[in-house]
Ligand binder design. Structure first.
Ligand SMILES: [Zn+2]
Length: 191
């Protein structure tokens, strides 16, 4: 926090005290530049992040719902539970930031965030989620998405001459083979 006296940005907390049955915390801070002591209060952000659905209705952001969608997409994929939870937390944080200042975010934006993260961690999971989320209406659309990914992958490969360090992981990601082998079981719940 910015020191009220010298505007320095570094301080240390010298005392924390819980107030009003834990609803807020009062911190005594000391500026590391000039030694000035000041007090800050921390309260729970009461305003709930609301998700604007495609029909215009709003509902509270539901972390569990995001997690279920991701969980279904990564089913039987080599993705650990801790990775899933990390991604859910990142999406929750990004959604809270993007939802400012009105504490509202379109469901669509959250869906795109999930896609971005899945794209990074597992292409099969990405395709599974995208097939439901983007509502592929036919096989052609689906194949086009796969080809887009392949093109992006090729471009990425051409950009870097060094062998990718995650080769071992990515050899699993021949999307068509993987999907054919595992059967496509996309998440049924739309976010
Ligand atoms: Zn200061």
């Amino acid at each position: 926090m910015r020191c009220p006296r010298c505007s320095g940005l570094d301080d240390k907390v010298i005392e924390s005290r819980s107030l009003a049955a834990g609803e807020s915390i009062r911190r005594r801070r000391q500026c590391l530049s000039c030694g000035y002591r000041f007090t800050s209060y921390e309260r729970i952000e009461e305003k709930q992040l609301m998700v604007i659905k495609s029909n215009g209705r709003r509902e509270p952001f539901d972390r569990a719902k995001v997690q279920r969608g991701i969980q279904r997409a990564v089913e039987k994929r080599p993705i650990g539970q801790s990775t899933v939870e990390l991604v859910v937390s990142e999406i929750e944080d990004e959604a809270a930031m993007q939802g400012l200042p009105d504490h509202e975010i379109p469901a669509r934006t959250i869906g795109e965030m999930i896609l971005e993260h899945l794209y990074e961690i597992d292409r099969v999971a990405y395709i599974r989620f995208a097939s439901v989320y983007r509502n592929f209406s036919n096989v052609e659309e689906f194949v086009r998405e796969i080809e887009t990914i392949r093109d992006q992958k090729r471009q990425t490969a051409e950009r870097s001459t060094e062998p990718a360090s995650d080769d071992g992981q990515y050899e699993l990601y021949n999307e068509e083979n993987a999907i054919a082998a595992e059967g496509l079981e996309p998440p049924t719940e739309r976010i």
